[in-house]
Design a binder for this molecule. Structure first.
Ligand code: SF4
Ligand code: SF4
Length: 169
């Protein structure tokens, strides 16, 4: 634990070691969609949940022994990465069809712009490096991340052998 880090109880009995500035605020910016243009890792429980809502053969991809939401080529210029691809669930209007239609999204979609990893048996949390570069929602509102950690860090993260969020498609 570094000098500036602090322990926060996120869910009853579930603590995280917070490594970012406690004054950090975040509010997702409509129309940004940067984090939905890239592949999202699916934990096992996400996969079970997704199977009830979508065709896994069409919407998931295997990569290095893990499952990710498929990135697909879109026939549009907006809300796509430089290669013209984005998450299979990202609609033309920049909204997530899973979130809208099912009121659900994969764990990793909640965690961004934060990243998590295990260290010394504790779950650590910090802003992802890619978010520093690309996320438009950092420090543009009054909503302090440290006061709302339960929205970013679903409880299942504490049960995973490897919650490390540094795995990308
Ligand atoms: S599932 Fe939804 S929230 Fe997650 S990356 Fe895809 S479009 Fe974005
Ligand atoms: S990169 Fe940040 S602001 Fe942009 S869609 Fe993702 S969470 Fe929202």
């Amino acid at each position: 634990m570094s000098a500036d880090s602090r322990r926060v109880e996120v869910h009853p009995g579930r603590e995280a070691v917070v490594e970012f500035d406690p004054e950090l605020t975040f509010e997702c910016v409509d129309d940004c969609t940067w984090c939905c243009q890239h592949g999202v890792l699916l934990y096992d429980r996400d996969l079970l949940e997704l199977a009830q809502r979508a065709n896994l053969a069409e919407t998931t991809t295997d990569f290095r022994g893990e499952k990710f939401v498929t990135r697909e080529e879109k026939s549009r210029d907006e809300h796509v990465a430089e290669d013209g691809h984005a998450c299979a669930f990202l609609r033309e209007d920049g909204l997530c069809s899973l979130h809208l239609d099912e009121d659900w999204k994969p764990t990793r979609c909640s965690v961004f712009p934060l990243g998590v990893w295990l260290e010394g048996g504790d779950l650590h949390v910090d802003i992802r490096e890619s978010a520093h570069e690309h996320c438009e929602g950092l420090n543009v509102s009054e909503r302090r991340v440290i006061d709302n950690l339960e929205a970013f860090l679903p409880e299942l993260l504490w049960d995973l052998d490897d919650p490390d969020s540094d795995r990308e498609l």
